[in-house]
Write a protein that binds this ligand. Sequence first.
Ligand code: NAP
Length: 240
Amino acid sequence: MNLLKNQVVVITGASRGIGEDIALLFAKEGAKLVLVARNPEDLERIRGKALQSGAEDVLTVTADVSREDEVDVMAEVALARFGSIDILVNNAGVGFFKPVTETTLEEWKAMFDVNVTGVFLCTKAVLPAMMEKGSGHIITVSSDVGRRTIANGAGYCATKFAVQAFTEALRKEIREKGIRVSNVLPGMTDTYFAGSMRGIPEKKDWLKGEDVARAVLYIASQPAGVVVDDVTIHPMIQDY
Ligand code: NAP
């Protein structure tokens, strides 16, 4: 289909789960990809699959999204290779699902470092080039619990509410620069990450990563001048 032909797309957390599926779907649409995560072997594996799926070019960058120095280098090498960044998909995230009394400060900080600070740092790193070009799209994989809360997910919910607030304020701030800001809010999705959740229905009924990836593609492939603010997507079995 080539919906993303000549589009340079940075995807964080691209080494497995939802990020892998976004990378492979965007590859089929002819994008030039910059795949970011901490594990270089996993990234190389996805790079091979993305090239086989039709990506025009694929760069892998090993970086921790919560580290400003590493994120800045990621943006620099992406711009050096491709000259511009058209879309940033903020997808990297971590979750610890347990009662507040059992949640350690380390787990609390890890969730805020990756889910909130990571979104801030990656967005901040790519915005100057997008502003100079007068176009760009920041798409963040938030969560349905960025708008509602669940028991045993207080810390995680707090990070996703923070992400919603950050991106909604940012949308107003940079709209006049020609830059779009959108979020996808998935419900329960069968990935490695989901292994840490407790007391939840059988995973066979959950969303697949490719379901979320299609929602991200829908957002990313709108005509210029059309902004999809949020897409919420969840499995039929999930009670609201
Ligand atoms: P996953 O399978 O655990 O994948 C997480 C990805 O993020 C991996 O590629 C991981 O690679 C990367 N990552 C983690 N920490 C990182 C860091 N500090 N720096 C760079 N990359 C990092 O999880 P997933 O389910 O695909 O989650 C993707 C996103 O969807 C997250 O934002 C999550 O909150 C959101 N989400 C998930 C669900 C669900 O039910 N699964 C529902 C709603 C929203 P490395 O470990 O190699 O860095």
